[in-house]
Design a protein. Structure first.
Length: 433
């Protein structure tokens, strides 16, 4: 069901319509050997492959569909510092010192992304600026408290505006407070991902598309089986996220219940007048509100508003998606009344129970990276570097994340979705009031 929905959701993607892909890499045929097998050619898998190849490892990367065909090529394009969970799980579980280390590594993730864009000359419309907004007095107080805590505890400062002053940052009556910073920003995610793939190829990484992994035999060496071939490797990295088990239920069933696929959706308008874009968001920042079920949006390089939001905790696409998303968009910007929507798409992100990233090991030589929880554009790059360090024998930084305790979603495969839907309904009602 998830794969069927996912296939439908990518049919009208603005990102796919605005790139020229290379011909597909051939699927794996026969037996090959490598030092490291990477499963999944999204941001995390490509990043791991690049970092491993730079360290001298031979790498085979298996992708079930096309490069960046999942969340990496369809997301909001917001490259943000920090974590979807905030710092609380790190502080509570690991203590202040390791929480600070995790925060500093998230800053490194932004820097690493920009270094790769520069080194490999990836043309991906990278812009700086992020605007975190609140649409109620209660949410404004929460946003201000977060801003104050991050400056006090981590030295990370934002420009905070409240009331009418918010209009300096965003021309929308919907918001009563805003926090602006220039470390985060936005980019065209599919252009970025395809650029990472080119970088990986230039470093000798062997990429096979249309090659879902059906099972992995674990042991001192790993053997991954596809429909027409197998890969034998000393180490493995699982970066398939919420579709990993859909293609191969026997690959890693021991971690499947630690994440849940959540549908999220986007629309893109027809191109707007550049002057209107400048009036609506003067800084050209990426914008996101601080509701539990959030809206996020930004302008593309060709002056379209890319507006995301709405979530589904089932695998079914919500009805009247284009109409509903258009209504939400125009509630934020009434000036867009009558502007046509030209693209509508979506996909599934992998959320963990506490929204913190879940990195770890299965045995001694099989690593996994998942649970980015919708905050993965920059964090996936960092994850790839950390897992490469661990494979190379320097696991200290990887183990900061591996030390985080994660719970499985309650209710098993049949009850966890209804449970999460009920929980989300509660938070939606709380946001509304």
């Amino acid at each position: 069901m998830l794969l069927n929905s996912d296939t439908q959701l990518k049919q009208r993607s603005y990102y796919e319509a605005s790139v020229q892909r290379l011909p597909s890499e051939p699927p794996l045929q026969g037996a090959v050997n490598a030092d490291v097998l990477v499963v999944g050619a999204g941001f995390a898998g490509l990043s791991a492959a690049i970092e491993l190849a730079q360290r001298g490892f031979s790498v085979v990367l298996l992708e079930a569909d096309r490069i960046c065909s999942g969340a990496s090529g369809r997301n909001g394009g917001q490259a943000l510092v920090g974590y979807a969970s905030g710092q609380e799980p790190f502080e509570r579980q690991l203590g202040r010192a390791d929480a600070r280390l995790a925060w500093d590594m998230s800053l490194e993730g932004i820097q690493l992304m920009d270094e790769r864009i520069a080194r490999f000359q990836i043309d991906c419309d990278r812009k700086s600026g992020y605007l975190h907004v609140a649409d109620s007095p209660r949410k404004a107080r929460a946003l201000e408290a977060d801003v104050q805590a991050m400056e006090r505890d981590y030295g990370f400062a934002c420009a905070f505006a409240r009331g009418a002053d918010t209009q300096r940052h965003i021309a929308s009556q919907r918001y009563c407070a805003a926090a602006f910073e220039l470390t985060s920003g936005h980019l065209h995610p599919l252009k970025y991902g395809l650029g990472l793939a080119e970088a990986a190829r230039s470093l000798g990484v062997r990429i096979y598309e249309q090659s879902p992994v059906l099972k992995i035999q674990r042991g001192a060496t790993l053997t991954a089986h596809t429909a027409a071939g197998l890969v034998t490797a000393q180490f493995g990295v699982l970066a398939g996220n919420c579709t990993l088990g859909e293609y191969g239920p026997r690959v890693a069933p021991d971690i499947a219940s630690r994440i849940m696929p959540v549908g999220t959706y986007m629309v893109a308008t027809a191109p707007l007048e550049p002057g209107l874009c400048q009036r609506l968001i003067p800084s050209n920042a990426a914008v996101c509100d601080n509701n539990f079920v959030l809206d996020y949006f930004r302008f593309s390089a060709d002056h379209r508003l890319l507006f995301g939001g709405r979530v589904s905790y089932t695998t079914r696409t919500p009805g009247n998606l284009e109409v509903v998303m258009g209504q939400r968009m125009r509630q934020v910007f009434p000036a867009l009344q009558g502007v046509p929507i030209e693209y509508v798409w979506g996909g599934f992100v992998d959320i963990s129970m506490n929204r913190a990233p879940d990195f770890g090991r299965l045995g001694d030589n099989l690593y996994y990276l998942h649970g980015f929880s919708g905050h993965g554009v920059a964090l996936t790059g960092l994850a790839g570097r950390l897992v490469a360090e661990a494979v190379a024998g320097q696991a200290g930084r990887f183990d900061v994340f591996a030390a985080l305790q994660h719970r499985a979603f309650p209710g098993g495969a049949f009850l966890r979705t209804p449970s999460l839907v009920l929980g989300t309904l509660f938070f939606r009602l709380r946001d509304a009031f």
